[in-house]
Design a protein around this ligand. Structure first.
Ligand code: CDP
Length: 790
């Protein structure tokens, strides 16, 4: 067939194409790990420590083994005998799979019970008798560093006798100190302590797995709620000694990850051990309390930040010291080379000449972990501190928070911009985003309204956050997880009839990759996304990838997909030239077809070319139409945004009401604006949560105070305001389609817009900072102290 038309409309980039995956989700046909049922499957439950710190004197499993239906009980000593009592964490620490002689946090795993039913497993777990000898507990990281603090990790012989995990610093200390000395004399210095509390990723689907070992083939299959199936397979191979090609990790539909499903948890390892021991498949699924109390947390950064500026408020230097609470084991997923990850972005959107950052990480008697999105490689903490500090500086020099930002932004012509901490921002136009936000929300009018209300004694605040994000790790030479370089991949097969199967190394947890990655291929090849199926999450079939977290899918996996599609197009051009009997250089491309330059009616569609690839391929080419790309990005991408929040404060209750929240985001080229909008709504809600509600708190004895959704507050539709959104587009110059990541931006940018708004409402009575979550109680106490409570 030849055609002179511009080809079919293919719903490529920039189109709000409906999510292909929703067809199964809205019909209830999603396939989550707890939906997996295998013949003869056993069920597991975990015996967990009630103490935050204790010696284990003895474990008696005899009564548990008598519980009807209980098949086996595994203890730390059993694992020790098999050399499996300890597993490596993503940060290179060693974590107890099951505690052998000491527990280090409440809810730590002590024994693993497998039974014919989940109920029998729970009864068996209740019948395990553990004799503990309680030890002094450390929950405050400052106290953990005290010389007389109990030593939590006597197993770490290399760093005795201290609870410190690492000291890390970056930047130019001497130049930064000199800039501060100068500002002390001739400018201004602002300082603020702030705590970014421990929160939990809190996905609706908790963690779990089904492990199945086939003794006849020697193959282990693990269905698990994994955000990084290939990395998990490699770690399983290293820990278990099983050959990697005989391990298959399948991550089926995942009900939210937010970083919670990047670490390997003891339950996964125990399920595998139990499957090997019993010869039967074993399912382990956490309940809500287990998920909130024992799996990877986010944040827990105690920050002291200082800005040196001139008298006009032009910033000169940033100095930050942070004490990071990593809990009992250092299991944060951070690149080996940067233990505080992308905390480097703390100079934000501003043109600092000098910066110095130091971080000390310590052990406490809390659960280990710490991972992206709700922790975002520490970007959230960095962005929060700089945006809070810019407001503090504005107050100090008597300027409006918008004015101080406009004055200090990195200018559009300065990109690519090298930050004081040595990172190269790819592209940005911060002033355009903030001005758009101010115009859309009616900033000047809001300031007038605020002044009038203040005169009447009403409390209204306006908060700004003009954040810069940093997403899309690699490059592989700088970034790794457990040593594995952070590239990503795509494999495309065009079948003879022109239909496409694409397999990608990243793994969706609800972000819509089956749609957006199909749209990238649609745009590159001129094939409708309906004709492109995207598969992921099965290590036996998908190409090796480092997983989905920290908004890396589009910057890395999306780039791999575009490059693989371009390889297909390159080969298609050769086949078209052969079929049309012209030189390759005589061909023009339009979506879906090549045609002869000057003779638009003489052409071949991509479907015709695909058919020829299998039926009439040029003799000098290999038959078939397939390509694979492993993409190692040359740089990260730097999405950004300007958010403005308007709050009213109830003087009677201290309650903060978010009246308006406008988010201007820039993630470069947008693949699917509807999906991006959804990502931003979800991310904003996850940014609202720590600002006003969420905190994983502990009492002095290490008891977790928020172990269910009644005590650990996540916002529902009732608390969530109507988000207003707008967009600017500043493409990434190094990404094949100019796209930057987006999912993480709103959760990084939102908390400080809300915090700044609340502080702004109270600034006239001298309030400079309130630690998040800004609860009604905290606000009411301030109102009372300032004589404003009614
Ligand atoms: O890594 P993760 O998928 O969580 O984050 P992301 O790369 O920010 O992508 C989230 C979703 O938004 C994916 O479906 C992306 O393809 C889509 N997206 C988009 O349509 N346009 C962009 N510029 C960035 C992301």
């Amino acid at each position: 067939m030849t055609t002179t038309s511009a080809g079919p409309h293919v719903h490529g980039l920039g189109e709000p194409y409906k999510r292909k995956e929703d067809a199964r989700f809205i019909r209830g046909k999603g396939n989550y790990v707890d939906d997996i049922q295998l013949p003869g499957m056993l069920y597991a439950d975990i015996v967990r420590s009630p103490y935050a710190h204790a010696l284990i004197k003895s474990i008696d499993i005899s009564k548990a083994l008598q519980v009807p239906g209980v098949v086996a009980v595994i203890t730390g000593k059993d694992l020790e005998a098999a050399g499996l009592a300890w597993m490596p964490t993503l940060s290179g620490d060693s974590e107890a799979v099951l505690a052998v002689d000491r527990v280090l946090y409440q809810m730590q795993e002590v024994a693993f019970v497998v039974a014919e039913s989940r109920y029998a497993a729970a009864d068996g777990a209740a019948a395990v008798e553990v004799d503990y000898d309680p030890l002094p507990v450390v929950v405050d990281p400052h106290k953990a560093l005290a010389p007389d603090a109990p030593l939590l990790r006597p197993d770490k012989k290399d760093r005795q006798p201290t609870n410190q995990i690492y000291h890390w610093e970056t930047g130019d200390r001497a130049a930064t100190d000199a800039a501060f000395a100068e500002a002390e004399q001739n400018g201004v210095v602002v300082r603020q302590d702030m705590y970014v509390p421990r929160i939990h990723p809190a996905p609706i689907e908790t963690c779990g797995c089904v492990a199945d070992y086939n003794a006849a083939t020697g193959k282990l299959t693990v269905w698990m709620t994994s955000q990084a199936p290939h990395a998990h397979r490699t770690l399983f191979a290293i820990v278990s000694g099983l050959p990697e090609h005989r391990i298959r990790v399948i991550s089926p539909d995942v009900g939210g990850g937010f970083g919670n499903k990047v670490p390997i948890y003891p339950g996964y390892v125990c399920a595998v051990v139990a499957a090997l021991k019993t010869g039967r498949p074993v399912k382990w699924i956490e309940d809500r309390t287990e998920n909130l109390t024992s799996t990877g947390f986010a944040r827990d950064y105690h920050i002291h930040a200082e800005i040196a500026a001139d008298k006009e408020g032009t910033v000169k230097a940033l100095r930050v010291y942070t004490l990071a609470d990593h809990g009992a084991f250092d299991a944060a997923a951070q690149p080996t080379k940067f233990p505080a990850g992308l905390f480097h972005i703390c100079t934000g959107s501003y043109d600092f000449k000098h910066a110095h950052v130091a971080v000390d990480a310590v052990h406490t008697n809390k659960a280990p972990g710490g991972i992206a999105y709700r922790c975002s490689f520490r970007v959230t903490e960095a962005s929060y501190l700089i945006e809070r500090m810019m407001d503090t500086l504005a107050r100090e020099v008597g300027k409006d928070p918008a004015e101080i930002r406009l004055q200090n932004f990195i200018k559009p012509e300065a990109f690519p911009y090298r930050s004081a901490l040595g990172w190269t921002y790819d592209s940005g136009n911060y002033e355009r985003a903030l001005r758009l936000a101010m115009e859309k929300i009616g900033y000047e009018e809001l300031r007038r309204e605020q002044a009038e209300k203040r005169a009447r004694g009403e409390l209204m605040g306006i908060g700004i956050s003009s954040f810069t994000e940093i997403v899309g790790a690699g490059p592989g030479k700088h970034f790794d997880i457990a040593g594995i370089q952070m590239f990503d991949s795509c494999e495309i097969r065009v079948h003879p009839t022109g239909k496409v199967l694409a397999r990608i190394g990243v793994q969706t947890q609800g972000q819509g990759h089956e749609t957006t990655f199909a749209q990238i291929i649609a745009a590159e090849l001129g094939i409708s996304p309906d004709d492109v199926d995207v598969e992921h999450g099965d290590t036996d079939t998908a190409p090796y990838g480092l997983g989905t977290y920290a908004s890396r899918s589009t910057p890395v996996g999306g780039a791999a997909t575009a490059v693989a599609a371009r390889k297909i197009r390159d080969k298609a051009r050769k086949i078209a030239a052969y079929l049309l009997e012209v030189g390759e250089e005589d061909l023009e491309w339009e979506p879906g077809r090549f045609y002869v330059r000057g003779s638009p009616s003489k052409g071949k569609t991509i479907q015709e070319i695909a058919f020829a690839a299998y039926t009439n391929c040029p003799p000098y080419l290999e038959p078939g139409l397939e390509a694979v790309n492993y993409y190692d990005p040359p740089n990260l991408t730097y999405p950004f945004g300007s958010y403005i929040c308007v709050v009213d404060i109830d003087r009677g209750t201290g309650e903060v009401h978010i009246r308006r929240f406008l988010a201007v985001d820039d993630c470069g080229t947008v693949i699917n604006p509807m999906i991006v909008e959804g990502q931003i709504h979800g991310g904003l809600t996850q940014g609202l949560a720590p600002a006003l509600y969420e905190q994983l708190a502990y009492d002095e004895d290490g008891n977790v105070l928020g172990s269910n959704f009644q005590d650990y507050l996540i916002p529902t539709a009732m608390e969530t305001p109507r988000w207003e959104t707008a967009r600017t587009v500043t493409p990434s110059p190094h990404h094949p389609i100019g796209a930057k990541g987006v999912g993480e931006s709103p959760t990084v940018g939102a908390p400080q817009a809300i915090a700044n708004a609340v502080v702004d409402a109270l600034a006239h009575v001298g309030v400079r900072h309130i630690d998040i979550p800004i609860t009604p109680w905290k606000v009411w106490a301030i109102l009372k102290e300032k004589g404003l409570a009614t």
